[in-house]
Ligand binder design. Structure first.
Ligand code: NDP
Length: 447
């Protein structure tokens, strides 16, 4: 089996040699899915995985805009349309200086499996730009978003490709992007998700990824007759996903000890309660400040510069910042400190070696493509509401989100439980996600 997997990966490496994040994501899937393909005649010999690692279409484009000093800036825009076998391309836009083809292809590839797991009819895509929103004025953000959409609009549509937010793209950016799309197309359609509540957005969409990661962890804990009540929880990031993961942990009776950003982490031994979290939301979403400013309001807390929070003793860890933010040493530290559960809110935050450590220690570990699927699932619910021209209540959307997370947990269990009862959620998520897409691809022929 190893030689089949290795020769497949060699081929993918030859074609994508300078894309380390993409290769990392493909390797993780190949190792679990190829053994399944080999055992199942309907998939064997059809080069399905080879077809799945090749994007159906990649668009790159120039984005020119004028900054507040009058200088012309040039950025690069991308949209990766990875797989449309089960529905229109769907996946976020990331604005961050590290954005490149490798990062977007890894995200688009993971998105295909994630979207399949939600059971909603959505294909996979991802896009973004190397534009850095940090320190930019609202007007600069608007000019950039308008310029970005003045090219992207010809490649997307409510029935072909429906982008959403990701790192650096929140409600403000979606508003500017939607405004330009609407102007250019002269139509009001659900072409983006994460829209504002009064113009087509779904209730609970902003909360959905963070809430979903916690609902998934709750399901994992239930398999051990355990819960969040009284647990110490370490969260990384302080953006959209981290904020709402923290909010749900607090609601379920857990104690949030940390949050972070790219400059370091804050540790509050007394716990970040809902009042403190409201302060952080104001700081991050309105003032657009740095996490270290938390200490100005809560001087008993500590700020640890330039570090991730994995050294803080905890029961549960929720990585919600970015890819490869938790390495093997971090995983070993978490395990040695008694951590029993890791649920990824971010995409691929744990390195491959870190995941191996979690598996070897037999702790509960959920990969992002399963545990953070609540965001895109609720985007799917936003698309449905837009098509119906209808709006569900908060409670209705939250109930559907919970049900979807429970279903994803069941799918992972179905394909990932070993003979000793340990659930390998990575294997479960990869195979469950693969089967639905592969079946659709087989039915549609070689296209
Ligand atoms: P935001 O932009 O709202 O927040 C990102 C957070 O991560 C910020 O605190 C940011 O700090 C931190 N961060 C970003 N890059 C780095 C880095 N290189 N090192 C350390 N910290 C970093 O993004 P989201 O919360 O939306 O996204 C977070 C993660 O969740 C991403 O992996 C994203 O792909 C994933 N995700 C998001 C979904 C969504 O619905 N938004 C859906 C599914 C997954 P700083 O401000 O200093 O940059």
């Amino acid at each position: 089996m190893k030689s089949i997997v290795d020769s497949f990966l060699d081929l993918v490496k030859q074609r994508n040699g300078n894309e380390p994040e993409f290769l990392q994501a493909v390797e993780e899937v190949a190792e679990t899915v190829i053994p399944y393909i080999v055992k199942h005649d309907i998939y064997h010999g059809k080069n399905i995985l080879l077809r799945m690692v090749e994007p159906e279409r990649v668009v790159t484009f120039r984005v020119c805009w004028v900054d507040d000093t009058g200088e012309i800036q040039v950025n690069r825009g991308y949209r990766i349309q990875m797989n449309s076998a089960i529905g229109p391309y769907k996946g976020g836009l990331r604005f961050h200086p590290t954005v490149n083809m490798s990062i977007l292809k890894f995200l688009a590839f993971e998105q295909v499996f994630k979207n399949s797991l939600t059971t909603l009819p959505m294909g996979g895509g991802k896009g973004g730009s190397d534009f850095d929103p940090k320190g930019k004025s609202d007007n600069e953000i608007m000019r950039f978003c308008h310029s970005f959409m003045s090219e992207l609009f010809r490649h997307i549509g409510p029935n072909s490709d429906v982008p959403a937010g990701d790192i650096g793209v929140g409600g403000r950016e979606i508003g500017f992007l939607f405004g330009m799309y609407k102007k250019l197309r002269n139509e009001f359609t659900g072409v983006l998700t994460g829209k504002g509540e009064s113009w087509g957005g779904s209730l609970i969409r902003p909360e959905a990824t963070g809430y979903g990661a916690v609902y998934f962890a709750e399901k994992m804990l239930e398999t051990k007759n355990d819960s969040f009540k009284g647990k110490n929880v370490v969260v990384s990031g302080s953006g959209n996903v981290a904020q709402y993961a923290a909010e749900k942990v607090i609601q379920l009776g857990g104690k949030v000890l940390t949050l972070s950003d790219s400059s370091g982490y804050i540790y509050d031994a007394e716990g970040i309660d809902s009042d403190k979290l409201a302060f952080i939301m104001q700081l991050k979403n309105v003032k657009r400040g740095r996490i270290s400013e938390y200490l100005e309001a809560y001087p008993n807390a500590e700020f640890v510069k330039g570090k991730t929070p994995w050294g803080v003793k905890c029961d549960i860890a929720l990585p919600c910042a970015t890819q490869n933010e938790l390495n093997e040493n971090d995983a070993d530290t978490l395990i040695n400190n008694g951590c029993i559960c890791v649920s990824e809110g971010a995409n691929m935050p744990s390195t491959k070696a870190a995941i191996n450590s979690f598996h070897n220690a037999k702790i509960l570990f959920a990969p992002g493509k399963a545990s953070n699927a609540g965001g895109v699932a609720t985007s799917g619910l936003e698309m449905t509401q837009n098509s119906l021209r209808y709006k569900w209540s908060r409670e209705e959307v939250d109930e559907k989100l919970k049900e979807i997370m429970a279903n994803i947990h069941d799918s992972c269990t179905e394909y990932g439980k070993d003979e000793n009862g340990y659930i390998d959620y990575v294997k479960g998520a990869n195979i469950a996600g693969f089967v639905k897409v592969a079946d659709a691809m087989l039915a549609q022929g070689v296209v």
